[in-house]
Design a protein around this ligand. Structure first.
Ligand code: GRF
Length: 199
């Protein structure tokens, strides 16, 4: 399968997928890395012809940026589109265009702590557990059917940074396991529920 990755920053989740592909643990190809940040380190992890990045400020509005991104994405003919460290909200029109093929990894135990600063939210909320969720993307932010979650403890002396580090460490195997199932064609979303094909 052909995987397109949307990333805005460091790209450690992307790197994990690239390593798995190189090690023969994931039967897939990264066909493109797409970013809203031309300086994103994630872009440097693939060849120049597989990079697409634009500054949203160069577009009239969100829809115009999303349309340019969508056209570039469609041209790469992806089977799955993975938001991995992508920090921009995708408009409903964009989501509908790729409905059912859009996946996101979010650093919280959804439906808890949607949006940004999830680690600070977990600490402020006094939660003993936190973690990450891989889910299908729907127009509502961080609200699609959850594919899988990974949990970590919140420790008394945790800062947002120490907690984020602990969560990131479980994000990578969580994303890889989820993408392995998607790449094998064993997962689909139907009526807001993830369907596993056990064949
Ligand atoms: C990760 O915690 C991811 O869950 C969040 O952005 C962070 C950066 O991920 N969406 P990466 O290192 O850029 O893959």
């Amino acid at each position: 399968p052909r995987l397109a990755v949307l990333a805005s920053g460091r790209g450690s989740n992307l790197q994990c997928l690239l390593d798995a592909i190189a090690a023969g643990q994931l039967d897939a190809r990264i066909v493109g890395v797409f970013s809203d940040k031309p300086a994103a380190a994630a872009l440097d992890k693939v060849a120049p012809e597989q990079r697409w990045a634009r500054s949203p400020k160069d577009f009239a509005d969100r829809e115009a940026f999303d349309d340019a991104l969508a056209d570039a994405l469609a041209a790469s003919q992806p089977d799955w589109i993975l938001c991995a460290g992508y920090m921009r909200i995708l408009g409903a029109h964009f989501v509908q265009r790729f409905n059912g093929r859009l996946i996101n990894i979010h650093p919280s135990l959804l439906p808890l702590h949607k949006g940004l600063h999830t680690h600070a939210q977990a600490i402020a909320g006094g939660h003993a557990e936190h973690g990450a969720s891989v889910h299908f993307v729907v127009p509502e932010l961080d609200a699609g059917a959850v594919i899988a979650q990974a949990r970590v403890p919140v420790l008394p002396d945790d800062s947002a940074e120490t907690l984020a580090k602990r969560v990131l460490a479980v994000e990578h195997p969580l994303l890889l396991a989820s993408v392995q199932l998607l790449a094998a064609g064993r997962l689909a979303e139907r009526g807001g529920v993830v369907q596993f094909d056990g064949q």
